[in-house]
Design a binder for this molecule. Structure first.
Ligand code: ADP
Length: 617
C-alpha cells in the first residue's frame, strides 16, 4: 500500500521534468563554470602582464650593462692608433715607404704592441691606402702590400682624421672593429693611416654563456654582433638598395646575402618579436639602446616563454582552486541534500512505523476482544458440557432405575417380612431368633442406605473441577454395586482384577459415570448372548499411567461402527434404549482428566479401555 503510494507520488514529478532543486543545481554549475573561466583568465592576464613587466625591467637593466661592456670593449683600444700615429718610426716609414729597415722596425713594433695589447692586428696604410707595415707581416695572410683604399675606415680617417668601422676582414675573413687614425706629415697633410683591428667576437661567447640574447646592429640595421651566430650579418628588415650596394661594395660583411631576420609582418621592433633559433622560433620581449657615436643599436631580447609558462601555471592553479572550491561546495550541498532526503526518509519511516504500530494495537485490541469472546464462549460451552454430562448421568440413572427399584424394594419386602416374623418370635419369647432377625434387618437397612448413598453421590451435580486421588478398585466396586441387581438378574459373571494400589488423579463422580457407561454398554451387548462374562482389569502402563479395561463377551463392536462409537448420538440401540451419548461423553470426561479412551474387540467381545494419569504422591 505504502509502496504504491510512494510510486504514485514519484511519477508526476518525473513526468513534469526537473524540479526546482535540479534546476538550481544546473544553474549553480553554470555559475561556477563561468566564475572558474573568468578567474582563470584574469589570473592568466595579470600574471602574464606582471611577468612581462618584470622581464622588461630586467631586460632594461641587462641592456644598460651590456651596452657599457660593449662600449668599454670598443673604447679600450681607442688610444692605440692615436699613440702609434705619433710614433717616430711610423712617421719615418711614411717618409720612405720602401726603406726595408724602417719597414722592419715598424713591423716589429706593431707585432710587439699587438701581442701585448691583445688586438687582432695593427697595420699602417700610406696615403693611397696601401699597407706599408703590419703586425702580421710574417704570417701567411699578411696585410703587407694589400690596398684598403676602398674601406670606409681609410676614407673616413683620411678626411676626418679618425674612423671606426665594423666589418669582416677581406684578407682574413675574420670580423672585427677597425679603428683608424690619420698620421699627419710635417705640412699637416695626411700621409698615412694607422689601423687597429679589435676582435669583439669574445663578447658574443660571454652573452651566450650567460644565456642572454643580445644583438648589435649598425646604421643600416644589419646585425653584426649577436649571441646567436645565425643572426649575424642579417638585417631585421630588408635593407634599402643603396645600403645593400654600399655594403656589397665595401665588402663589409663578406659574402652575406643580408637575409632579413624578421618576416614582413613584424614591422614594429618594439614589444615582442619572433626570432629564429636553430630551426624554431623564440618569442622575446625586445629592449634597445642606441650608441649614437658609433651609429650602433644594442638589442636585448628576453624570452617571453617563462612569463607565459608562469602565467599558465598560475591560471591552472586558479582553475584548480576554483574547481576544488566548486567541488567542495557541490559536496557540501550534496551532503545537505542527502541529509534532507535521509531526514525525509526517516520521517516517512517513523510515520510508517507509527501507522503500523497503530494498526497492530488495533489488531491487538480486536484479538483481545476475540479472546474474551472465545473465553466467554468456552465458559458457556463448558457449562453446556457440564449440563450435558449431568444429563448423561441422569439418563444412565434412568436406565438403571428399574434395577435399582428392584434392589430397594426387595430389601424393603424382606424388612417387612422380618418385622412381622420378629414380632411373632418376640411374642413366643424366642429372643435368639429375634436377635438374629434384628441383625439381618440392620444389614438390610445398611444395604439400602448404601444404595441410596451411591445414587445421591452419582446424581449430584459436580461443582468446579476438583481432582483427587481416586482408587480404581473402589470406583469399580461402587459402580458394580449400583448395577448389582441387574448383573444378578441377567446372570452375568463378573471378574475384577484391579490392584488395590491403582490410584488415578480424577474427579470421583465423573470417573464413576464413565465406568458406569462402559459397564452398562457391556451388559447391553451381552443381553442376547448365552455366556455373559464381564471382566475388569487394571494395569500399570510403562509411562506410569493406569489402564482400566472393561471386556465383555457380547460379540464386540461391528467393524464398520468402530470409527463412530465415540461420535455423539451414534447408537445401534432401538429408540428409548440409547441416546448415543454415553461414549462421547465418556471420551470428553476422560480427555478432560488428561487421559484417553479406546475401543477394540477381542475374541469374545468388546474391550473398552481408559488410560488415566496416576495419582500424585
Ligand atoms: P448408547 O449406549 O446410548 O447407544 P453409547 O455412546 O454408549 O450410546 O454407545 C454407542 C454405541 O456403541 C452403542 O449403541 C453400541 O452399538 C456400541 N457399543 C458400545 N459399547 C459396546 C460394547 N461393549 N459392545 C458392543 N457394542 C458397544
Amino acid at each position: 500500500m505504502n509502496v504504491i503510494a510512494s510510486v504514485a507520488r514519484a511519477v508526476p514529478r518525473k513526468l513534469t521534468g526537473p524540479g526546482p532543486v535540479l534546476r538550481s543545481i544546473w544553474l549553480w554549475r553554470w555559475i561556477l563554470a563561468a566564475i572558474t573561466l573568468v578567474a582563470t583568465l584574469v589570473v592568466f592576464a595579470f600574471t602574464l602582464e606582471a611577468g612581462l613587466d618584470l622581464a622588461r625591467r630586467q631586460a632594461r637593466q641587462r641592456l644598460v650593462i651590456t651596452e657599457a661592456v660593449l662600449r668599454a670593449a670598443v673604447n679600450r683600444y681607442e688610444y692605440l692608433p692615436t699613440v702609434l700615429a705619433l710614433d717616430t718610426q711610423v712617421q719615418a716609414l711614411l717618409e720612405a715607404v720602401d726603406a726595408p729597415d724602417r719597414i722592419a722596425a715598424v713591423n716589429t713594433k706593431f707585432e710587439a704592441v699587438a701581442a701585448t695589447s691583445n688586438v687582432s692586428a695593427i697595420y699602417l696604410l700610406d696615403a693611397d691606402g696601401l699597407t706599408r707595415g703590419a703586425s702580421n707581416w710574417n704570417r701567411p695572410l699578411s696585410f703587407i702590400g694589400a690596398s684598403y683604399a676602398y674601406r670606409p675606415y681609410f676614407t673616413a680617417a683620411k678626411t676626418t682624421g679618425v674612423s671606426r668601422y665594423f666589418g669582416v676582414g677581406t684578407t682574413t675573413g675574420l670580423p672585427g672593429l677597425f679603428v683608424g687614425k690619420a698620421v699627419s706629415g710635417p705640412d699637416g697633410r695626411v700621409v698615412g693611416i694607422v689601423v687597429v683591428k679589435v676582435d669583439l667576437e669574445g663578447l658574443q661567447g660571454e652573452w651566450r654563456a650567460a644565456g642572454e640574447q643580445v644583438l648589435v646592429s649598425d646604421a643600416a640595421g644589419v646585425v653584426f654582433l649577436a649571441s646567436e651566430p645565425a643572426w649575424k650579418y642579417r638585417p631585421f628588415h630588408p635593407v634599402g638598395v643603396a645600403d645593400a650596394a654600399r655594403i656589397q661594395a665595401e665588402r663589409q660583411y663578406g659574402d652575406s646575402t643580408l637575409q632579413p631576420l624578421l618576416d614582413g609582418e613584424q614591422a614594429d621592433l618594439a614589444g615582442v618579436i619572433d626570432l629564429p633559433v636553430e630551426g624554431r622560433t623564440v618569442s622575446g620581449l625586445v629592449e634597445r639602446a642606441a650608441m649614437p657615436d658609433l651609429s650602433w643599436t644594442v638589442w636585448y631580447v628576453t624570452p617571453t616563454g617563462p612569463a607565459l609558462r608562469q602565467a599558465l601555471l598560475a591560471a591552472l592553479v586558479a582553475a584548480i582552486a576554483c574547481l576544488a572550491l566548486a567541488f567542495a561546495l557541490a559536496a557540501r550541498s550534496q551532503r545537505q541534500r542527502r541529509l534532507q532526503s535521509e531526514r525525509a526518509m526517516r520521517l516517512s519511516l517513523e510515520q510508517r512505523v507509527a501507522d503500523r504500530t497503530q494498526a497492530l494495537s488495533a489488531a491487538n485490541d480486536r484479538l483481545r476482544g476475540e479472546v474474551a469472546e472465545r473465553e466467554r464462549a468456552t465458559a458457556a460451552l463448558r457449562a453446556t458440557q457440564d449440563e450435558l454430562i449431568h444429563a448423561g448421568r441422569l439418563a444412565a440413572l434412568g436406565q438403571i432405575s428399574t434395577a435399582i427399584n428392584h434392589e430397594i424394594n426387595q430389601p424393603l419386602a424382606a424388612l417387612r417380612t422380618f418385622l412381622a416374623s420378629t414380632a411373632k418370635f418376640l411374642e413366643r419369647g424366642d429372643l435368639a431368633t429375634v436377635e438374629r432377625n434384628l441383625e439381618r434387618m440392620t444389614q438390610v437397612t445398611q444395604r439400602i442406605g448404601e444404595i441410596i448413598r451411591h445414587l445421591k453421590a452419582f446424581a449430584r451435580k459436580t461443582g468446579p473441577e476438583h481432582r483427587e486421588p481416586v482408587s480404581l478398585q473402589a470406583t469399580a466396586e461402587a459402580v458394580l454395586d449400583l448395577l448389582q441387581a441387574r448383573i444378578r438378574s441377567e446372570g452375568v459373571t463378573v471378574t475384577c482384577a484391579i490392584p488395590a494400589e491403582a490410584f488415578v488423579q480424577a474427579e470421583p463422580v465423573r470417573l464413576e459415570q464413565v465406568l458406569l457407561n462402559l459397564i452398562v454398554n457391556a451388559l447391553d451387548a451381552m443381553r442376547s448372548t448365552p455366556e455373559r462374562l464381564l471382566h475388569l482389569t487394571g494395569a500399570r502402563e510403562a509411562d506410569g499411567t493406569w489402564r482400566l479395561s472393561v471386556a465383555d463377551s457380547g460379540g464386540g463392536i461391528a467393524k464398520e461402527h468402530m470409527g463412530q462409537v465415540f461420535d455423539p448420538f451414534f447408537t445401534t440401540k432401538s429408540a428409548g434404549e440409547g441416546l448415543g451419548l454415553g461414549l462421547s461423553l465418556s471420551s470428553l470426561i476422560v480427555r478432560d482428566l488428561g487421559g484417553s479412551i479406546a475401543a477394540a474387540n477381542d475374541e469374545r467381545g468388546a474391550v473398552l479401555a481408559i488410560v488415566l494419569p496416576a495419582a500424585k504422591g
